[in-house]
Design a protein around this ligand. Structure first.
Ligand code: FMN
Length: 201
């Protein structure tokens, strides 16, 4: 779209420029920025207007490292090849088996939980995650959505933390969003695949 010279407003530019960040500086983001980001998440669309997802923010480096290891161990997907990879600039755990944590050392890990018995829990958590990531990017803070939240919180440590943090047993971890300041330049986007849009009049 940029190439076609369309003048974009700031919100659309923010959407096009956000990239998944997997290399983080250890410094924390401020409470003020975190609160703005979470507020954006709370205003995401939500099925039935139920506002069912809850956001559990963990800034404890030790806990994030332990959960990140569990998250990585739960990855049984296909490893990348020379021709099929996720990111060369900011490799994911599928690109580089030596990465120790599924949370990439990010100083903030938000886990979105929603009811285990609601058809739209995943969708609710994913749209909230997108609001969180776009708000973060608009404030100069990097982010990445990370899967396997259920595996992470169904581990022994995850179950213990869920109880300690007083999260109802009926709430299931659906997705993580990690946040922090990027440790290197923003990666470029892969070229968009063609033929993904049909407009029917
Ligand atoms: C549902 C979902 C799950 C994802 N899970 C992971 C993940 O577990 N680990 C990871 O490094 N990136 C994960 N990502 C990020 C994608 O790899 C990333 O969005 C994709 O490669 C496109 O790159 P971009 O976000 O920079 O545009 C996930 C994204 C989505 C939407």
């Amino acid at each position: 779209m940029l190439e076609r010279g369309i003048v974009m407003n700031a919100a659309i530019q923010n959407m096009l420029e956000r990239r998944s960040i997997r290399k983080y500086r250890p410094d924390q983001i401020s409470d003020e920025d975190l609160n703005i980001i979470l507020e954006a998440g709370l205003y995401a669309p939500n099925a039935g207007g139920r506002q069912s997802p809850i956001f559990v923010v963990c800034r404890n480096a030790e806990i994030n490292a332990a959960l990140g290891k569990i998250n990585k161990a739960a990855f049984h997907g296909r490893m990348s090849t020379e021709n099929a990879y996720i990111s060369k600039e900011q490799p994911s755990i599928a690109d580089d088996a030596d990465i120790a944590s599924g949370f990439y050392g990010a100083p903030v890990v938000i886990t979105l939980f929603a009811s285990e018995n609601f058809l739209y829990s995943e969708a609710d958590c994913c749209v909230a995650a997108q609001n969180i990531m776009l708000a973060a990017h608009s404030l100069g803070i990097g982010s990445c959505m990370v899967a396997r939240a259920w595996d992470t919180f169904s581990s022994e440590l995850g179950r213990r933390l869920q109880e300690e943090w007083d999260i109802d047993k009926g709430m299931e971890a659906k997705i993580h969003v990690i946040l922090g300041y990027a440790d290197s330049a923003r990666p470029s986007a892969k070229p968009r695949k063609g033929n993904r849009v049909r407009v029917v009049n």
